[in-house]
Ligand binder design. Structure first.
Ligand code: SF4
Length: 160
């Protein structure tokens, strides 16, 4: 991780997090959930579909890759009383809420806390663990700095 794990952060004492499955981060205003080619293959295998059918039915082209298709109201296509592909959910979902875009400042973090009831609950992730998750969320991504709709109840368009 290099210098990233050498610096002091407001989360050095750790942060409790346990997803409450409320779906707030899977619904709401439109957003982008990037899906890599290897993730598409995993989702296809999980759904018992071909890669082509998975792309056609569940994804949209976004930049040079793909994003998860959404309903008109912004609900993730895979969200139906819970995530239908939870074991193979994309990295962007798996690493939420420990994203650089959310942890880059304490003020930003406190604002996202209001939208995610899982923050502050469950086991405490140590500062080192959080840095590891941050690294995991960064590496496959080119950018991690977009907030399309900061007033939304959903952390939309925020990319790790
Ligand atoms: S907003 Fe938080 S608690 Fe709700 S589904 Fe997303 S991660 Fe889980």
């Amino acid at each position: 991780m290099g210098e990233l794990d050498q610096r002091p952060y407001f989360f050095d004492e750790g942060i409790r997090f346990a997803c409450q499955q409320c779906g707030a981060c899977c619904t709401g205003a439109p957003g982008v959930v990037r899906v890599s080619d290897s993730e598409i293959a995993s989702i296809a295998a999980f759904l018992g579909l071909s890669v082509e059918a998975t792309v056609d039915r569940t994804l949209v082209v976004w930049e040079a890759g793909h994003s998860v298709r959404e309903d008109r109201d912004g609900r993730c296509l895979f969200y139906e009383d819970g995530c239908r592909i939870y074991p193979v959910r994309p990295n962007q979902c798996r690493t939420f809420p420990f994203w650089v875009s959310l942890l880059r400042s304490e003020a930003r973090w406190h604002s996202i806390r209001r939208h995610c009831p899982g923050i502050g609950k469950g086991r405490r992730y140590s500062g080192a663990e959080i840095v590891d998750v941050l690294a995991d969320s960064i590496e496959p991504r080119r950018s991690f700095d977009v907030t399309r709709n900061p007033s939304s109840s959903r952390p939309d368009g925020i990319e790790p």
